[in-house]
Ligand binder design. Structure first.
Ligand code: AR6
Length: 168
């Protein structure tokens, strides 16, 4: 089972092998955590992203971290919640975590930080998004040290209540 913790904070300050970005299919930047990561990494990041040919929902692609303290950024695209049945949305969100972990392992990244993918603009209910994140990372992240970094208070208070054993 993965070593998993949940913290509150800003993922752009994470020091480790890689941070995961909740991107969109273009990979060319956006708002939310995506915007924050691109601002912190600098323009080199969008230049590399532009060479990747986008990313399908549920898949993941890796770049360098540029000015970030993390060596790499793993870009994944979560489902827009209301575009799918709840079951399909869950499958796609699970794929984001599985493919991000797989990509990390392929690049020898062991310390990884995740945001709460799809739980912002893409409308995935925060409690359910957190459940998918925790269960999937625990199940598939055997060889990694992972932290879920929660930016908004509501998500963090859900985590403190439901996962007090791993929330710092
Ligand atoms: N550190 C950690 N988490 C953050 C940060 C941060 N600095 N900033 C926001 N969050 P969202 P999505 C949280 O909307 O729902 C973008 O425009 C935020 O509180 O960033 O997957 C992309 O380009 C929320 O809990 O991502 C896509 O178009 C979580 O990150 C679209 O939004 C995810 O919220 C993706 O939507």
């Amino acid at each position: 089972m993965a070593n998993l913790k949940i913290k509150s904070g800003d993922i752009t300050t994470f020091e480790g092998d890689a941070i995961v970005n909740a991107a969109n299919e273009s990979l060319l930047g956006g708002g939310g955590v995506d915007g924050a990561i691109h601002r912190a990494a600098g323009v080199e990041l969008v230049k590399e992203c532009a060479t990747l040919g986008g990313c399908k929902t549920g898949e993941a692609k890796i770049t360098s971290g540029y000015r970030l303290k993390a060596r790499h950024v793993i870009h994944t695209v979560g489902p827009v919640y209301y575009e799918h049945s709840p079951q399909r949305a869950q499958e796609l969100l699970e794929s984001c975590y599985v493919n991000s972990i797989k990509t990390a392992e392929e690049h020898n990244c062991r310390t990884l930080a995740f945001p709460l993918i799809s739980a912002g603009v893409y409308g995935y209910p925060k409690d359910k998004a957190l459940e998918v994140a925790v269960n999937t990372i625990k199940k598939y992240g055997n060889d990694i040290d992972a932290v879920i970094i929660l930016f908004d208070r509501e998500a963090y208070s859900i985590a403190k209540e439901k996962y007090s054993d791993i929330t710092e």
